[in-house]
Write a protein that binds this ligand. Sequence first.
Ligand code: HEM
Ligand code: HEM
Length: 231
Amino acid sequence: MFGEMSMYDFIRGPLVWIAFLVFILGTIYQVVRFYRLSRPKERYQVRVPFGKPPKEPDESPAEPELTWWQCVKLSVVGVNPVMVSVTTVFHLALVLTPLFVLGHNVLLDLAWHASLPSLPEAVADGLTMIVIAGGIFFLLRRIFVDRVRAISTAYDYVVLLIATAPFITGFLAYHHLFDYDTVILLHMLAGEIMLMAVPFTKLVHMPYFFINRFVLVHENTLGTGGSRIWR
Ligand code: HEM
Ligand code: HEM
């Protein structure tokens, strides 16, 4: 099947589909795996068959329920406001930019006669630079903050590179820096590697963030409290 196909054709053809399939099926697999490794939180109800329920000997007043925002403040925003700001902007730009980049929507339109709206090119380019700047911030943080360096391995740097490479190469392609054909090939390859890495590296935090903070029951659960615990 690939006999006549060059590396170039493979990367801009079948590998695009393979990458999206691995990304979608792999993410579904990881979410299913979480549900198989967890079970619903039981709500024990102690019923006293006759008479009044026994009085608790020491009835201390119930602790006040924390609001959603108080939880966020206690567990993240109040702890490290700089990190929270950088990571929020980084992630918003990282998720939104590829969806609304003109270059991607032109390709979608050519293939399917359908596409998402596109951002003005200068805005997309600015968001791309924001992602790259965020990547540099995380890199320097890993190198220079002692407690982060202490728990960092090569794996953390590789994942950071996988996440930012599509933006670095997309930026180079858009500005026609270096040889365009080579750069755009590297860009497609970088994007495909990133998509396939999401379910199978720590980038799986994309779905698992929501599971961990909203579904699983523990002391950092947000919102109205989770509904599942580990088996
Ligand atoms: C999977 C196959 C992909 C293909 C075929 C592809 C193709 C392209 C093309 C043709 C451009 C326009 C370059 C130009 O204007 O000359 C572009 C730009 C861009 N791509 Fe991709 N891309 C892919 C994946 C990704 C992924 C996964 C990401 C990010 C997660 C990404 C991020 C970007 C960004 C940020 C730009 C714009 C850079 C700028 O304007 O500064 N791409 N891409
Ligand atoms: C859309 C849902 C996502 C959420 C809610 C999320 C949330 C987080 C959180 C909480 C962290 C921990 C560091 C911090 O406190 O900021 C983090 C780090 C990170 N995320 Fe995400 N993330 C998401 C998607 C993604 C995606 C799709 C990618 C790239 C493909 C990505 C790349 C990264 C990287 C590279 C870091 C670590 C930076 C470092 O310290 O080396 N995230 N994310």
